[in-house]
Structures are given as structure tokens and as C-alpha cells.
Ligand binder design. Structure first.
Ligand code: MOS
Length: 726
């Protein structure tokens, strides 16, 4: 049995030795390097583009502008495309950093040198910039237009919130804000496009090879089989490689026009210019409760920033839809449009943003009521989905609260802040919440007579541990050590798998691998006259369950007259958990230190305790969740992408000045705990979803701990020293 074992990562060695090949490592004969020239203004039109000096640069082959590329039209607003707006299709400038020109050269150096010599003249107009405060945001915010980004209804009302608020004995009404944040993956997005006749191959740094295939094929009007997408390793995604961005389309078009393969590796400046990021979100939360803390009404009004052409919506209000039992709610989601690049999901989106506001407000309510914030949450724990009334597939949040509280020592914490030298020490907590996103997936498992197996599935690796757990699942069913199971993935020639986002891979792809491996085992069972349901495979042998001995795989294959047994498996969410609500839950407890004179904030320790379904590999799972807490700590205390309203752009063009937690900011004392749980309704493998869950709730827990330590309530992230001094 290998499911449930803390196996080390099979990809650990190739990753740390540099042997893993990423898209930017792939070379092709005759390949051109593409470099973008981008807009220096946030709104306006291109007047003229003078490429003569660039073309005189040795090695520069072509300088492509909107006049040179064939027209393409993205019709669907929504996945797999990140936005409908495609640069280099007209002279319009919609945001600073928008690509205007592609310089193609024989070497990267020549392309960069050429790009510096392109002369672009523009007519600039006054851009729409983000509003400054809640009152002005509230004035300009609009209900998002209908599109594929409208994953939820933007207005939701249950019960009689107005009456409930007027009767409520306690009321909290506050605005919480969070700044834009960029994903900053270690590997910037990269793409290599090569045409062979009318067949296109894309080596792409993506979280969804099949999404890119379908999207690009549709856009070019060719059958999907003519577009092959390959992603061997992806050096971090976090959402910014989830959907299709301009460079993937433009590389394909440029390669067609130039008649040579084109590789475009985005620069850090490009990532800050035209790739997605988590938008600024402002949220007003109103809570009404009785004197004992029973919630009667929640009003959650969230506004997220988006670009002028497309409404990406950061659905923060969904947190209130899913979290607490309440008689009434009024939830509204709006967007504010400005001349900025298109935002996109960033771990953790949706509930990740919403829980910052909701969990801060709940803490404020607990303080007002003089109730322990954990008891307030327990009192309002939702037995059914708060909005739909559906029963949960499985929810062990009460256990997660109690077990987490015990691990942290929450019940024994000092009620008043303690002093430790210059530091004021405080504790805080918040619930964690993430939706369960299930995607159909397929996989194939091939068992060979020599007792080795191969798992084939068109999923992709973004570093979360899936390269380990998919072989682990097959090894479990086939009774093999994991090193006898190979994995082939990251290619649209393999069976179609869902995207690697939404913390969905283990459920979807994992269940497909489980299914395929069981098909193989059943076939082998028949060959040795064991009823399929009665067979088990252990130590390279197949036998009746609970029996001894059995037949070796080699012998059974010989009996079957086959050198290989192939099993096809799939996961179809429609077949599982009908009529049930699904979410991932948890709680995070933190202890912080605040130096009130210097305004310093330190995370001293943290405990995360989760109800997330079955844990396939406790080691990779723990890494996901502690990574999530560290990410959440960055959101709480450091991360922001400042936007300059005068320049109409993000200030950063590289990683300089970008504050994220490094080793010195991360305490060794981070404890991760999973409640013992198997959610057979969510997926046959019993898993729900983990990764993004870990990043939720953390910012609120930190702010709540800061309040406990200092009495200061910070409602505007990140909690920087200026907000803590005096
Ligand atoms: Mo995650 S934002 O679903 O890659």
C-alpha cells in the first residue's frame, strides 16, 4: 500500500540538479528569438512605428507590428483565454506595457538590441486609473457584464437581511482592502511555436496543455489534432499560467509569418506589464448577530479591479456564501474598470480574497461580544451549504478546529498580550475555506510483463507533487514499488486531463489514474481466474484478497498471452456527489510579535489544521500547506504591487523592491495537520483539494493576532510598519 505514505518527490533530484527541462530550455534548429516592445503609456494610439534602425541591427530578421499579423478574434470571454483583448491587432493602446511590436532575431541578444532601436510614436490619452478610496470605488463600481468569467451570480440575497440587521443586537460594519499582487513565478512564462506545414507544435509554460490546444486551434480555425502542446515542467504557475495569454497566440502567429520557429521567453518586466495578477479588492462587510453571537445577517459587498476590455472578477463575496450559517445574507460582487492589464486568479483566489475580510470581521464581532473567536466560529459552523442548503459531501471542520486548537494550545493562550523583550506577542486565528473544483480527466496505465508500469496522462507539473502522487496511486493498486512506475505527462498526445489549477489535480487526474490501474488489475485477475472484485496485487504478485502467495505479474502475463496490459481510466465529476455541496475547510492559528517602536511584525509560529478529504501523500501535502501559510504570511505582511496613478502603471518592472517572505521571515515552527477523512462523494480516490486552501485565512489570522498584541485593527493589507507605529 503506497497511498497515504509520505514518499519523497520523484522529481526532487532533477529539480535541484537543474536537469529538469523547462520551456525556455527547449531549442529548435533555425529558431528565432522574439522580444516585445511595449507601450509606455496607459491609453492612446500608435501613430507610427519606425523599425529601420532595428532592422539594421545584425541578427535581426523581422520586426512585426499590428500591420504584419493576420487578424484573430477571441470570441469567448472566459477560459481557456485569459482575456479577449489581443495586442498587435490594431493601433489601440489599452494599458501600459501592452506589446506593440515583436522583434525577431537569430539570437536573444540581437532581438533585445533590436527592440531598443524600434521607434514607436504614440498619441496618448488620459487613462482611467483605479479609484483611491472606498467611497470613490463604490461610486464607479459596476456589476460585471455577462461572460465566461461570471462563475457565480454577482447578486445573491437570502432571507430578509434588512429586517435582520435592524433587529440585530450586535453589528460590525467595516471596509477591508488588499492591494494588487503579482504571481512572480521563478520561471517566467515562455513559449516556443513551430509550424510543420499546417501542424503547430507549442512548447509552453502552462497549467493546462489541453486548454491551450483547444483555445489556439479554435482561434486559428484548425482541428485540435493539428495543434500539439507540450509542457514538461512548469517553474511555478500560481494561476498566471492557467489561461492563454497574448504571447502564446502571438508566438504562433509570428512563427507562421516568419516561416521559422519562434521562441518568446517573457522578461520580468513583461510579467508586470501584460500578464495577469491578483487585482486590488475592496470589501465592505456588515455582520449582524444576537447577543450570544448567533449570526442573523451578513452583507458582503466586494469590488475588484479589472481592465477596460474584459471583466475578470475576483469573487471575494463567495466566502460569505459558503462559510457560516446565517438566516439571511446580501452579497454583491462588482468590478471597477481601469486602463490596467487584465487580472487573473492567483492562489488563493475567490475565497482567498474573501476570507481576508470575512475572518477579520468575525474577529471584530467576537471582540465586541467578548466571546472567544473560536467559540464564535463553532457556534456559526454551517451544517449545510449556507446559500443553497445542500448537504456537504463531507465536512470535518469541527474536528479541524478542535485538533488545531489543541496543537496550538489556543485554549491555554494568555488573554492579554505578553511581552518578550521589545516584542509584544499576540495570538490570532481564522477559518480557511476554498471551493472544490472538479475537472474531468482521463489517464491510461500500462503494466508490462517485467513488473514495471507506465502512467500516461496529459496533465502538467507545476511543482505541487503530482509527479509523485500519480505514480504512487498506480503503484498502490498494482502492488509495485513507486520506482517501478513511470509517468508520462505534459503533452496533448496523452489522454486528456484537466487543468492544474483550482487545487483539482489529485481529485480529477488522481481518480482517473486509480480507475485505469484498477482496470489493469481486473484484466490481470481474469487471466488467472480470480473474480476482478476479489483480486489484490501485492509485492509484484496478484492473488485473492487476504490470501497468501498468488501469481507473479510475469507469470500472470504469460497466462494472459500478453506482454502488456493497458487500462483506460477516467474521472467524470457528473458521476459523483450529485446534489451535494463541496468545499475544503480548515483553520489557521498564528502567533506574532510586534515591535511597537519600530513597527516590525514577525510570524513566530503557526498551526494549520484542515478538512480536505483523503491525503494521498502526507509529505507533499504538508509542503503544499506550509507553502500556503508562508504565501498567506506574505499577503499579510509584505506583498503588494504598488500602482502609480500618474504613470498609469505598476511601479515594479523586476523583482527589485518586491517583498515576499524569504527564509529569515519564515519560522521553523509551522505545524500542519489533516483531519482523518475520506470524501467518497467528491472523488473515487476520496480526496477533495488542498494547495490553495493553505493560503486562505492567514492574512486575517495575522491581523487578528496583531490586534490581540497591540489593540490596533489593521484593515488594509499588507500590514507594513507604518500601520503599526503609534
Ligand atoms: Mo490556482 S490561482 O487555481 O493556479
Amino acid at each position: 500500500m503506497s497511498i497515504g505514505k509520505p514518499l519523497p518527490r520523484v522529481d526532487g533530484r532533477v529539480k535541484v540538479t537543474g536537469a529538469a527541462r523547462y520551456t525556455a530550455d527547449v531549442q529548435m534548429p533555425n529558431m528565432l528569438h522574439g522580444v516585445f516592445v511595449t507601450a509606455g503609456v496607459a491609453a492612446g494610439r500608435v501613430k507610427t512605428i519606425d523599425a529601420s534602425a532595428a532592422l539594421a541591427e545584425p541578427g535581426v530578421v523581422r520586426v512585426l507590428t499590428h500591420a504584419d499579423l493576420p487578424p484573430v478574434q477571441i470570441e469567448t470571454q472566459g477560459p481557456p483565454f485569459a482575456q479577449t483583448f489581443m495586442p498587435l491587432q490594431s493601433d489601440a493602446i489599452r494599458h501600459e506595457g501592452q506589446p506593440l511590436v515583436i522583434v525577431l532575431a537569430d539570437t536573444l541578444e540581437a532581438a533585445e538590441a533590436g527592440a531598443r532601436k524600434v521607434n514607436v510614436a504614440v498619441d496618448s490619452t488620459t487613462p482611467r486609473v483605479p479609484a483611491a478610496d472606498w467611497a470613490s470605488i463604490d461610486r464607479v463600481a459596476v456589476i460585471p457584464k455577462k461572460s465566461g468569467f461570471l462563475f457565480f451570480e454577482p447578486l445573491f440575497v437570502k432571507g430578509e437581511p434588512e429586517q435582520e440587521f435592524s433587529r440585530a443586537q450586535q453589528r460590525i460594519d467595516a471596509v477591508y482592502t488588499q492591494p494588487p499582487r503579482h504571481h512572480n513565478p521563478m520561471e517566467p512564462s515562455a513559449v516556443l511555436a513551430a509550424w510543420d506545414g499546417d501542424h503547430l507544435t507549442l512548447h509552453d509554460s502552462t497549467q493546462h496543455v489541453y486548454g491551450v490546444q483547444g483555445g489556439i486551434a479554435g482561434l486559428l480555425g484548425v482541428p485540435a489534432e493539428r495543434v500539439r502542446v507540450i509542457a514538461q515542467h512548469t517553474g511555478g504557475g500560481f494561476g498566471t499560467k492557467g489561461w492563454i495569454w497574448p504571447q502564446e497566440v502571438l508566438a504562433a502567429l509570428a512563427a507562421k509569418v516568419a516561416g521559422r520557429p519562434v521562441r518568446i521567453v517573457l522578461t520580468r518586466a513583461n510579467l508586470y506589464s501584460f500578464l495577469g495578477y491578483q487585482p486590488r479588492v475592496a470589501q465592505r462587510l456588515v455582520l449582524g448577530s444576537d447577543a450570544q453571537g448567533q449570526l442573523a445577517a451578513i452583507a458582503h459587498d466586494a469590488v475588484s479591479l479589472t481592465t477596460v476590455s474584459d471583466d475578470y472578477i475576483e469573487f471575494a463575496m463567495v466566502a460569505s456564501m459558503e462559510m457560516y450559517a446565517t438566516r439571511s445574507m446580501r452579497l454583491r460582487q462588482r468590478v471597477e474598470r481601469a486602463n490596467v492589464a487584465m487580472p487573473t486568479p492567483m492562489r488563493a483566489p475567490v475565497e482567498g480574497s474573501g476570507m481576508w475580510a470575512l475572518e477579520s470581521a468575525i474577529d471584530e464581532l467576537a471582540h465586541r461580544l467578548k466571546i472567544d473567536p473560536l467559540d464564535l466560529r463553532l457556534a456559526n459552523c454551517a451544517q449545510k451549504h449556507p446559500a443553497t442548503g445542500e448537504p456537504w459531501s463531507s465536512k470535518k471542520l469541527r474536528e479541524a478546529y478542535e485538533e488545531g486548537a489543541r496543537l496550538f494550545g489556543w485554549r491555554d493562550r494568555p488573554t492579554v498580550p505578553q511581552r518578550d523583550g521589545d516584542w509584544l506577542v499576540g495570538q490570532g486565528m481564522a477559518s480557511c475555506l476554498m471551493g472544490t473544483f472538479r475537472n474531468p480527466s482521463k489517464a491510461e496505465v500500462r503494466l508490462k510483463a517485467d513488473g514495471t508500469a507506465v502512467v500516461l496522462t496529459g496533465t502538467q507539473d507545476i511543482g505541487t507533487g503530482t509527479l509523485t502522487i500519480f505514480p504512487q496511486i498506480a503503484a498502490d493498486v498494482l502492488g509495485l514499488p513507486i520506482d517501478k512506475v513511470q509517468l508520462q505527462m505534459g503533452d496533448t498526445l496523452l489522454p486528456e486531463a484537466g487543468p492544474t489549477y483550482g487545487s483539482s489535480s489529485t481529485m480529477g487526474v488522481g481518480s482517473a489514474v486509480l480507475d485505469a490501474a484498477r482496470v489493469v488489475r481486473d484484466q490481470l485477475a481474469r487471466a488467472v481466474d480470480i473474480a476482478p472484485g476479489d483480486a489484490e496485487m501485492v509485492d509484484g504478485r496478484i492473488r485473492r484478497k487476504q490470501s497468501q502467495g498468488g501469481v507473479s505479474i510475469t507469470e500472470a502475463m504469460r497466462k494472459a498471452g500478453q506482454s502488456e496490459i493497458v487500462g483506460a481510466g477516467s474521472f467524470d465529476p457528473q458521476q459523483h456527489g450529485k446534489g451535494l455541496a463541496m468545499c475544503n475547510f480548515g483553520v489557521v492559528f498564528v502567533e506574532v510579535g510586534v515591535d511597537p517602536e519600530l513597527g516590525l511584525l514577525r510570524l513566530r509560529r503557526a498551526v494549520g489544521s484542515y478538512s480536505a478529504g483523503r491525503i494521498i501523500n502526507p509529505r507533499t501535502a504538508k509542503a503544499q500547506m506550509s507553502g500556503g501559510i508562508i504565501w498567506g504570511w506574505g499577503m499579510a505582511a509584505m506583498e503588494q504591487s504598488p500602482f502609480d496613478a500618474n504613470l498609469g502603471r505598476f511601479v515594479s518592472k523586476n523583482l527589485a523592491g518586491v517583498a515576499i517572505p524569504v527564509n529569515a521571515d519564515i519560522p521553523a515552527d509551522i505545524t500542519i495537520h489533516f483531519v482523518d477523512e475520506v470524501d467518497e462523494h467528491a472523488s473515487p480516490i476520496g480526496a477533495r483539494g488542498i494547495g490553495e486552501l493553505g493560503a486562505t485565512g492567514v492574512a486575517a489570522a495575522v491581523a487578528n493576532a496583531v490586534f490581540h498584541a497591540t489593540g490596533k485593527r489593521v484593515r488594509d493589507l499588507p500590514i507594513t510598519p507604518d500601520k503599526l507605529i503609534a
